[in-house]
Design a protein around this ligand. Structure first.
Ligand SMILES: NC(=O)c1ccc[n+]([C@@H]2O[C@H](COP(=O)([O-])OP(=O)(O)OC[C@H]3O[C@@H](n4cnc5c(N)ncnc54)[C@H](O)[C@@H]3O)[C@@H](O)[C@H]2O)c1
Length: 251
C-alpha cells in the first residue's frame, strides 16, 4: 500500500482498531504518531512499531480537549515537518444501554464530546495544517451505527451519524484543495469496546452473531486494512465515501 514516508496521526491508537491501524501504517513504511488519552498504551504501541523496524512516536492527547489536539498537531509538525494523514479513530460508547427516555445526560455529554466534537476538533486543526502544506488525507472511523438505527445507544448513534455527515460535507469543501476525506464504518469488531458491551449484556453475544450474515465479529486487522487503503495513494480519486466492513450485517 502506498503510504511510504507519509506522516500519519492515529488518535485512540493505544488499543483496538487504532492500534491495529498504527501498526499496519508502520509495516507499510509510514511515520506514525501513536496518540491516545492513555499515554502508557500509546507508548507501548509505538515501541511495538519500532521493534518491528518501523518509525513511530507516542503523543498523548484527549481528543475532546481542543488545546490538547492543537498541541498534538503542532508537536507532530514540529517533529516531522508536515501532516499527511489524520485518522480520527478515538471513540467511546455510553456506560449504560438505556432507551432514549432514560439515556443519561452524562453518557450523552461524554459520548458526544469524544466521538463528535473530538472528530470536529481533529478535522478543523488537521485541515488548517493540510491547507497550508497543500495536501492531506483524513480517515474518520464512524460505525455501522452511523448508517443504521441502533437500540439503546442514542448518543453513540447520534455521534456516528454526525461523523458520516462531517466526512461528506468537509470532503465536498476540500475536494479541490488536494485533501481527501473518507470514513470507514465497522460493524461489530472484536476490541475492548465490544468486550465492554458484551460484559454488560452477555445475552447479546448470541443475538449479535445471529444478525451478522458471516456469523462472526470482525477483527481489528480487517478494519485497519481499509483505513490504510483509504489513506494511501492507491485511492487518489476517492473522497466523501463511507466503506462499510460488517460481514454483511447492513444487508
Ligand atoms: N469495536 C467495534 O465493534 C466498533 C464498531 C464500529 C465502530 N467502532 C469505532 O472504532 C473506533 C475504535 O474503537 P475500538 O473498538 O478499537 O475501541 P477501543 O476501546 O479498543 O479503543 C479506543 C481507544 O480510544 C482511546 N480513547 C478513548 N477516549 C479518548 C479520548 N478522549 N481521546 C483520545 N483517545 C481516547 C482509548 O484509550 C482506546 O485506546 C471508535 O471510534 C469506535 O466507535 C468500533
Amino acid at each position: 500500500m502506498q503510504v511510504q514516508n507519509k506522516i500519519v496521526i492515529v488518535t485512540g491508537s493505544g488499543s483496538g482498531i487504532g492500534a491495529a491501524a498504527a501498526k499496519h501504517f508502520g509495516r507499510h513504511g509510514a511515520k506514525v504518531v501513536v496518540s491516545d488519552i492513555k499515554e502508557e498504551k500509546a507508548k507501548a504501541v509505538s515501541e511495538e512499531i519500532k521493534n518491528a523496524g518501523g518509525e513511530a512516536i507516542a503523543i498523548s492527547a484527549d481528543v475532546a480537549d481542543y488545546k490538547e489536539v492543537k498541541s498534538l498537531i503542532k508537536d507532530t509538525v514540529g517533529q516531522f515537518g508536515r501532516l499527511d494523514v489524520m485518522v480520527n479513530n478515538a471513540g467511546i460508547g455510553p456506560e449504560h444501554l438505556y432507551k432514549t427516555a432514560d439515556h443519561t445526560l452524562s453518557d450523552w455529554d461524554n459520548v458526544i464530546a469524544v466521538n463528535q466534537t473530538g472528530v470536529f476538533y481533529c478535522m478543523k486543526l488537521a485541515l488548517r495544517q493540510m491547507l497550508e502544506q497543500g495536501n492531506g488525507n483524513i480517515v474518520n472511523i464512524a460505525s455501522l451505527a452511523g448508517l443504521k438505527a441502533s437500540l439503546n445507544n442514542l448518543s453513540y448513534s447520534a455521534s456516528k451519524f454526525a461523523v458520516v455527515g462531517m466526512t461528506k460535507s468537509a470532503a465536498l469543501e476540500y475536494a479541490s484543495k488536494n485533501i481527501r476525506i473518507n470514513a470507514v464504518c465497522p460493524g461489530y469488531t472484536e476490541s475492548d469496546l465490544l468486550s465492554k458491551l458484551l460484559n454488560a449484556r452477555p445475552d447479546m453475544d448470541e443475538m449479535l452473531k445471529r444478525v451478522i450474515p458471516m456469523n462472526r465479529y470482525g477483527n481489528v486487522e480487517e478494519i485497519a486494512e481499509a483505513i490504510v487503503w483509504l489513506a494511501s495513494d492507491n485511492t487518489k480519486f476517492i473522497t466523501g465515501q463511507t466503506i462499510t466492513l460488517d460481514g454483511g450485517t447492513s444487508l
